[in-house]
Design a protein around this ligand. Structure first.
Ligand SMILES: Nc1ncnc2c1ncn2[C@@H]1O[C@H](COP(=O)(O)OP(=O)(O)OP(=O)(O)O)[C@@H](O)[C@H]1O
Ligand SMILES: [Mg+2]
Length: 445
């Protein structure tokens, strides 16, 4: 039933309901939109941060030049109030504003020579490696401020800040580090504006696209479902048509050839008697022989009739049909066991298919396996479908044997497998040489 290489049952191919298919499609699309929005937000944030750092770096270089030129004097190193006042004047009037909120000037050993926040002047903290390097290399660097650092205790209320450092020199040539703190929001305002302008039409567009796809998805899912139903209808029609055809052939045979042959046998029998009475023993025995063969022929034809047109499952019910199917096995000395769930016995749309499969499996057991027992079980499954198991304890077979037979045109199992799959079900053949064979079918509700 299954191709020899595999024993796993194939998954039944039933399309999901239209609404659930469309819902799944919508959920998938929404997830995609979400990924785009969140990804876009983070990408934009990275770009704005880079932009802000560059801007702050340029700022610190510019302001550093101004301070070196107009604000720094040698007295700063000694904490001379006049020097501090001079620098403070420049810082307060030309640097501090809405965007730059703090200024610090550091010595190499991390002492604050000047800040517009007087409580910081003279205090010592630590400088990072990058800042230390600036004393020798010059240049500038910028980064997001870590407001939990002790040196930033007075900046905390300002919110998110970028800090940038650059090296400047006192008039006597001593290098010091000039630091500014710039408000992040003042540099990112343009990024936020871009986001604010682009986001609504972008998200709106995606949502509209999604909504436009719903009817399309709906109609696709419906078409898929209709195709599935049509296929099922065709299958049922095919089974019906073949049953009808067999019924017609059986009726023709029964009313034609069988009746004729029975009539001929009936007519010939007295002739043999007459010949015997006339002393023509040779003719009598020839006629007897012919009559005997005719009768045997009629018996064979009747057996054939039952095979091509078994008493219909629909008329007798599956249980009775299976009982009839198994009864010849008793005569052959094979024990049988039949179990049919009440729900299955009450009739399902798969009766005809179940009977055909059971008939093929039982015939195979008889022809190929020499079993001592054959079991047939038909039950409802947890999923509400029907399962059929036909098991024998006969000789079993190998995949290679089955494949060989199939190549020779013996298609009994293959045909059943095709029918079962067309009906959306699965079939599995388990066969162990010397141990027996089990055929299992599962058909959907
Ligand atoms: N119950 C079984 N016990 C042992 N061998 C089996 C059994 N069922 C099938 N086989 C093996 O599988 C082969 C294929 O079976 P299948 O029903 O497809 O063809 P077939 O019975 O040989 O011919 P057909 O059914 O076309 O008259 C058989 O020839 C046999 O070797
Ligand atoms: Mg067969």
């Amino acid at each position: 039933m299954v191709p020899p290489a595999s024993r796993e049952p194939r998954a039944p191919r039933r399309p999901p309901g239209t609404a659930s298919a469309v819902l799944r499609f919508m959920a998938g699309s929404l997830a995609a939109v979400l990924v785009i929005v969140v990804g876009g937000f983070f990408a934009l944030r990275t770009v704005t941060l880079d932009e802000a750092k560059r801007d702050t770096k340029e700022r610190v270089i510019g302001e550093g030049r101004l301070v070196q030129f107009a604000g720094l004097s040698d007295g700063l190193l000694r904490g001379d109030p006049k020097a501090i006042a001079k620098l403070d004047d420049v810082v307060q009037s030309q640097i501090l504003g809405r965007s730059i909120v703090r200024v610090k000037v550091w010595t190499r050993d991390a002492r604050i020579l000047y800040s517009d926040e007087p409580r910081l002047i003279g205090r010592r903290f630590t400088l990072g490696d990058e800042e230390q390097e600036l004393f020798t290399t010059g240049g500038a660097e910028a980064e997001l401020s870590d407001l939990s650092e002790p040196e930033n205790v007075y900046e905390r209320p300002q919110g998110e800040l970028l800090e940038a450092h650059t090296r400047v020199r006192l008039p006597d040539g001593t290098p010091v580090l000039f630091e500014i703190y710039q408000r992040f929001s003042s540099v990112t305002a343009s990024g936020e504006r871009i986001l604010g302008t682009l986001a609504p039409p972008l998200i709106g567009g995606l949502v509209v696209l999604l909504l436009f796809q719903v009817p399309l998805a709906w109609s696709l899912a419906r078409r898929l479902r209709r195709g599935h139903e049509e296929r099922e209808g065709l299958l049922t029609a095919a089974i019906d048509a073949s049953s009808q055809e067999r019924r017609r052939i059986a009726a023709d045979l029964h009313d034609g050839a069988v009746q004729d042959l029975a009539g001929v046998a009936f007519g010939l029998a007295p002739l043999a008697e007459e010949a015997r009475r006339a002393g023509d023993a040779e003719r009598a025995s020839a006629l007897d022989d012919s009559v005997g063969r005719l009768r045997q022929g009629v018996r064979d034809l009747r057996t054939l009739l039952v095979q091509i047109h078994p008493p219909t499952v629909a008329a007798t019910g599956l249980h009775a049909a299976l009982t009839d199917l198994l009864s010849p096995l008793h005569a052959a000395g094979i024990a049988t066991e039949l179990e049919v769930d009440d729900a299955v016995a009450a009739g399902t749309r798969h009766d005809e298919l179940l009977y055909r499969a059971a008939r093929e499996a039982v015939r195979n057991a008889r022809e190929h396996a020499s079993p001592s027992t054959v079991r047939v079980h038909a039950r409802t499954t947890d999923a509400g479908g029907v399962s059929l198991v036909v098991a024998d304890d006969g000789s079993g077979s190998t995949p290679a044997q089955r494949q060989g037979r199939r190549a020779e045109g013996h298609l009994g199992l293959q045909l059943i497998d095709d029918l079962v799959r067309q009906a959306g079900g699965t079939s599995t053949l388990d066969s162990v040489p010397g141990r027996g064979t089990t055929l299992t079918l599962e058909l959907p509700a």
